[in-house]
Design a protein around this ligand. Structure first.
Ligand SMILES: Cc1cc2nc3c(=O)[nH]c(=O)nc-3n(C[C@H](O)[C@H](O)[C@H](O)COP(=O)(O)O)c2cc1C
Length: 391
C-alpha cells in the first residue's frame, strides 16, 4: 500500500477545561485543565486529537510523494501510521474501502483548488452545521442572571481617535444628493411582508447586484466580467445561489443565478413547507430572515479566484471582500425600489452546501442575503436611529 500525508493540516496545542464532579461536590473548584494536540485538516470537518508520537510522525511524512507503508513502518511505529490512516491524515493512493476513498477524494478537492494552507483550515473549520442561534441565545440567558451586555461590559469607544479635538481639520459635508437619500434609507430589514415579491422587483435587484454588464475576452481562455461591483482580479468568483419561497412567477425551490444570461438555473423544486424549513436552517434559525421571500447564498467559487491567486496569502480575504460588495449592492438595489434587505454571516454552511450540492473546498457559502417588501408593522428590532424607515 502506498500512502502520503494529506495536503493541508495544522496542529494546535490546545488547552481544554473539564469539570471533575467529585471534586466539585467536595467543595473544590473541580476544574481540570488538559493540554493536547489537535489536528485541523483542510479535508476533514472534525478536529482530530493526536498524541505526541502521531504529531512527530505527521511532521516527517511527505504530502507530495507516495511512499510504501511497509517502508515507512521501518521509520515510524506501525500503530501510529495505522492510526493516522484511520483518521484520514494519511491518504491511500489506491483506496480499497469506502472511508479511505472518501478521505482521498476530499484531500484531492483541496489540492485541486490551490488553497493557501492557513486559509483552507480557517474556511473548513469555521463552517456551521445544525446551529440554532435562537436556542443558543436561550441557553445563554438561562446560564446567567446577567444580560448579555452586562456580561460584556462597556464597548470600546465608537471612534478610535488619534489626535486631540483641537487639532482636527474640519471637512465639509456635501449637499444632499440622491445617493445620500438612498444610503440614509438603507436599514437592515428584519420584518418582511408575507405577500409574494413581484417578479420585476426580484429580477431588477438581482441584475443590479449580480448581473454582468459586459463580458471581456481578456486573454485566450480567460473571460472577465464587468459588474456594478468591484471584484478581486475582475474574476467575480462569488456567485448567487437562491432559495426562493415567495416570488411571483417563480416556483419555490433552489436556483443558481446566471450573471451573463441574467437567468435562473433551476436546481431543485421545493414545496412551500420544505422551502420554509430549509430557509430557517440556512440562517441558523433566525426566524426574521427565514421569513424573507427569498434567500441568496453568496457562494465563493474558490477555484476561480485561486486559479490566478495560487497559494496566495490574500486570496481568501479578497473573496470575502467581494461578498461584502455584493451585499451592499443588494441593499442599495433593494432600497431604491423601497424594499428591505439583509445580510447574515450566522449561517449553516454545511446545510447550504448539501442543499446546492457544493464541494466545500471548491465552492463555499460566505454569507446569506435576501430582500423583499417590508412589513407594515415592526415586530422585530431594526437599527433606524434617524427614523428614515420607521417613524
Ligand atoms: C458581515 C455582516 C454580518 C451580519 N450578520 C448578521 C446576523 O447574523 N444577524 C443579524 O440579525 N444581522 C446581521 N447583520 C446585520 C447587522 O446587524 C446590521 O448591519 C447592523 O445592525 C447595522 O444595521 P443597519 O444595516 O441597518 O445599518 C450582519 C451584517 C454584516 C455586514
Amino acid at each position: 500500500m502506498r500512502v502520503r500525508r494529506c495536503a493541508v493540516v495544522l496542529v494546535e496545542p490546545r488547552e481544554s477545561i473539564d469539570f471533575d464532579l467529585v471534586e466539585l461536590a467536595l467543595g473544590e473548584t473541580g476544574v481540570r485543565e488538559r493540554l493536547g494536540w489537535l489536528a485541523l485538516a483542510a479535508h476533514c470537518d472534525e478536529e482530530i486529537p493526536l498524541d505526541a508520537a502521531a504529531v512527530a510522525a505527521l511532521g516527517a511524512l511527505s504530502p507530495g510523494h507516495w511512499q510504501s507503508l511497509d517502508e515507512l513502518s521501518s521509520r515510524h511505529p506501525r500503530a501510529v501510521l495505522e492510526a493516522l490512516l484511520a483518521k484520514g491524515l494519511l491518504i491511500v493512493q489506491a483506496p480499497a474501502d469506502e472511508i479511505s476513498r472518501q478521505f482521498a477524494q476530499a484531500d484531492e478537492a483541496v489540492r485541486a483548488v490551490h488553497w493557501r494552507g492557513l486559509s483552507a483550515v480557517t474556511h473548513r473549520h469555521a463552517r456551521w452545521r445544525g446551529v440554532d442561534s435562537e436556542a443558543v441565545e436561550r441557553l445563554f440567558s438561562e446560564a446567567s442572571p446577567q444580560t448579555f451586555l452586562e456580561r460584556l461590559g462597556p464597548a470600546p469607544p465608537v471612534v478610535g481617535e488619534r489626535a486631540p479635538a483641537a487639532s482636527r481639520l474640519p471637512l465639509e459635508k456635501p449637499s444632499p444628493s440622491p445617493l445620500d437619500a438612498l444610503m440614509d434609507r438603507r436599514v437592515t430589514c428584519r420584518n418582511y411582508d408575507p405577500a409574494p415579491l413581484s417578479f420585476d422587483a426580484f429580477s431588477a435587484v438581482l441584475y443590479r447586484a449580480f448581473g454582468a454588464r459586459a463580458v471581456s475576452d481578456y486573454a485566450p481562455g480567460v473571460q472577465l466580467l464587468k459588474k456594478g461591483v468591484p471584484s478581486a482580479g475582475g474574476l467575480h468568483a462569488v456567485e448567487a445561489y437562491l432559495l426562493v419561497q415567495r416570488v411571483e412567477g417563480i416556483a419555490p425551490g433552489l436556483y443558481h443565478y446566471h450573471p451573463v444570461e441574467h437567468a435562473l438555473e433551476p436546481l431543485r423544486a421545493l414545496d412551500a413547507d420544505e422551502a420554509a424549513k430549509l430557509a430557517r436552517r440556512f440562517v441558523a434559525a433566525q426566524a426574521y430572515y427565514a421569513a424573507a421571500p427569498l434567500q441568496i447564498a453568496l457562494v465563493a467559487r474558490f477555484e476561480r479566484n485561486f486559479w490566478k491567486y495560487r497559494n496566495h496569502a490574500k486570496a481568501y480575504r479578497a473573496v470575502i471582500l467581494d461578498a461584502g460588495h455584493l451585499s451592499q449592492a443588494i441593499y442599495l438595489g433593494a432600497t431604491e425600489m423601497n424594499l428591505g434587505a439583509f445580510i447574515t454571516a450566522a449561517i449553516n454552511e454545511v446545510e447550504i452546501e448539501q442543499a446546492f450540492g457544493l464541494e466545500p473546498m471548491a465552492e463555499g457559502p460566505l454569507a446569506v442575503c435576501g430582500f423583499g417588501v417590508r412589513a407594515v408593522t415592526r415586530a422585530t428590532v431594526e437599527f433606524d436611529p434617524a427614523h428614515r424607515v420607521w417613524p
